[in-house]
Ligand binder design. Sequence first.
Ligand code: S3P
Ligand code: PEP
Length: 433
Amino acid sequence: MIPAGPLPITPLSSPPDLIWRVPGSKSITNRALVLAALADGESTLEGVLHSDDTRHMRSALEALGIGIEDAGPHTLVVKGGRGRLRAPGRELFVGNSGTTVRFLAALACLVPGEVVLVGDEHMAKRPIADLVDGLRQLGADVECATGCPPLRIRGGRLKGGTLTMRGDRSSQYFSAVMMAGPFADAAIDLRVAGELVSRPYVEITRRMVADFGGRIDEAAGGFTVHPAAGYRPRAYRIEPDASSASYPFALAAAAGGSITVPGLADGALQGDYRFVELLEQAGARVSRQADATTVRSDGRLRGIDVDMHHISDTVMTLAAIAPLLEGPTTIRNVANIRIKETDRLAATVAELRRLGQEVTHGDDWLRIEPRPLTPALVRSYSDHRMAMSFAILGLCRPGITIEDPACVAKTYPTFWEDVERCRGASGGAAPVG
Ligand SMILES: O=C(O)C1=C[C@@H](OP(=O)(O)O)[C@@H](O)[C@H](O)C1
Ligand SMILES: C=C(OP(=O)(O)O)C(=O)O
């Protein structure tokens, strides 16, 4: 159950010492759903995340003719195939899920008939013009009046050929083309103009496309997406979500305890797993086991100066514990966080200042000078990561209230239950903070 807001966060009564299981990866779940939907036959997906973002993907695919059945609490059986795709006869609602709208925009080009993708009021501000333009370069008929959703796609086929998109706004545009691209009439020469942001997500896509029988090679200036006879259905296990794991890892580091997250270790598919390296740099100890990672610390960490271009979903996790570190923390090269669920740079700066911190920033960086914390109601901006990140600070120090706890449903609906489980497992005498 998600508690009603505003939610005052009581600090832990003693440093945490527990195993904290996080749910499945949003990014991998939504890719697995798309790939299984396009694979001819039955795929079984295990470790699936159930959250707003994956529900939007699932119900859109069902409306497009794909069979999806629950076969266990976190297991789905997907009956897929390009031949099953049909026009849904109604608008498809994608909420504020970037992966859903971007991945489906490309998949819709393969649907014979009209597909309309509509998001919520936040999605209506998230740019998609680069992808629209890219799909048009492949011969698709896409209407998009504002450069942001809604989109109207009249699909049937993609013709292949050369497609160039700028790389600095969202890697999701590239992942979208990579997953639908093997069904084009010919190879796609997918070129990146400028630098590619969030690169590890594109590597997840390449790897998962290969797992389902497609092939994408690196090429000069970008990638070659090879045509495939179709995807192969398969059993696929989804990793726990590494961005969600940044919250328990940060808590262990900042509160001075020990937290183990099972299912994430060296070799993890997700780039955000590397957040633990930043905690290590700040002075936490990280031990990587065969199938788990433990972060431990004595709670005395130093501020760090880091480039988070490729792991920017964890910017707020670091920023929210920065008030507890010794010395300033600088986060660089994160311009694209301004076009996510909200303008995350502006939101983070505003909330840290509300908490009495000294913050300076530019268009793509911020620097936090720790100051004594002023108690405050921390605004959430309908952004799950704002709510979860500042909750971690609230578990370490008194005075934090989270405005909108419900927004965690986007990727981590059981977050507050896991916080309470952590509280329960962290009895003892010495208070945190
Ligand atoms: O491909 C993905 O699964 C994602 C890519 C990233 O977005 P950008 O590529 O827009 O940075 C990330 O922020 C998002 O949460 C998930
Ligand atoms: C940016 C995010 O999501 P998306 O782009 O998939 O909506 C996120 O989960 O932090």
